[in-house]
Design a protein around this ligand. Structure first.
Ligand code: FES
Length: 300
């Protein structure tokens, strides 16, 4: 179990970095970047709102010399959640992970400190690509990791692209499509509008049971899930009960993870699931006999 560090109160107002940069393009155009803070209380609401509320309008991909990837969402994502520092977004056909917070590397914290820093977003910027005539032609958000490499970027609505992905005539752009970029820029770059959340949407606590068959006998995860759900309801706790893919223990299943203080439990039965909710989540007393990594007798 890792005790979470004390967090500051969520602020709805972004403090602008006032940092702009331009990178020249080979065609004589350029990209203009406006940086915004990479704190989780800024990136989480931005990404949560893009994937939950604006999934029809955004694309996800990467753009480096020699390669462009652009993926769209045809339905709302099935999962938008933070686990061990990584944002995970799962759609019908693909999923993504993006490191928003230091990822410790599962229950044994196996990721070396330098790798944690390399994987983390260390720079984020809204961008506009300009053609050689100085006309903006595409809009998006770019992320960089701790090594300074470009991570994925988000493509924001383009007023020159029609509904069928066709290019509109130069003199007939659909300027309504710039509203999303302008609103997000006001919130996250300029700090002129409040973040539209009262708390960090990716920090909502959850308790999860692994449903992967690898940690046999976790195939039988449903009774654990149901026991967690009814215990959480009975205790009237404001946390999500979910099932998930691998929780990085992969032995001594069924495995349960509580996000609030990063705690993993093994060999969970429905009875133990109810005790975890009551004793750990309500009374604050973890059940040491089932913790992972195991707690030695002298520690318990
Ligand atoms: S498959 Fe269940 S924890 Fe890895």
């Amino acid at each position: 179990m890792t005790t979470p560090s004390k967090t500051n109160a969520f602020s709805r107002r972004v403090v602008p970095l006032k940092r702009c940069a331009q990178d020249p393009l080979p065609n004589g155009g350029w990209i203009e970047y406006e940086d915004f803070p990479v704190e989780i209380d800024v990136t989480a609401p931005l990404l949560h709102s893009l994937f939950q509320d604006h999934w029809q309008e955004v694309g996800v991909g990467h753009m480096v010399d020699g390669s462009v990837l652009e993926l769209e969402l045809n339905q709302p994502p099935k999962i938008v959640r933070l686990y061990d520092g990584y944002l995970t977004v799962v759609t019908e056909g693909w999923h993504l992970h993006l490191c928003l917070e230091e990822s410790l590397g599962g229950p044994t914290c196996q990721t070396p400190p330098e790798l944690r820093q390399k994987r983390l977003i260390t720079r984020a910027a809204f961008y506009r690509r300009f053609n050689p005539k100085g006309q903006a032609r595409s809009w998006g958000i770019q992320f960089w990791n701790g090594a300074g490499d470009r991570m994925m970027n988000l493509f924001l609505p383009n007023p020159f692209v029609g509904d069928q992905e066709d290019l509109l005539p130069e003199h007939k752009p659909n300027l309504d499509k710039l509203k999303l970029y302008e609103t997000l820029r006001q919130i996250y770059v300029l700090g002129e509008q409040e973040i539209p959340y009262t708390e960090n949407p990716l920090k909502r606590p959850f308790i999860s049971v692994c449903r992967s068959s690898r940690c046999n006998p976790s195939q039988n995860w449903q009774p654990i899930y149901e026991a967690l759900q009814s215990a959480v309801e009975q205790a009237d706790l404001n946390i999500d009960v979910i099932s998930s893919g691998c929780l990085e223990v992969c032995k001594m299943g069924p495995v349960v993870f509580s996000s609030g203080d990063r705690t993993w439990y093994t060999r969970v039965t429905p009875e133990l699931a109810a005790r975890i909710v009551q004793e750990h989540l309500v009374e604050g007393e973890p059940i040491t006999s089932h913790l992972y990594p195991p707690v030695s007798r002298s520690q318990s």
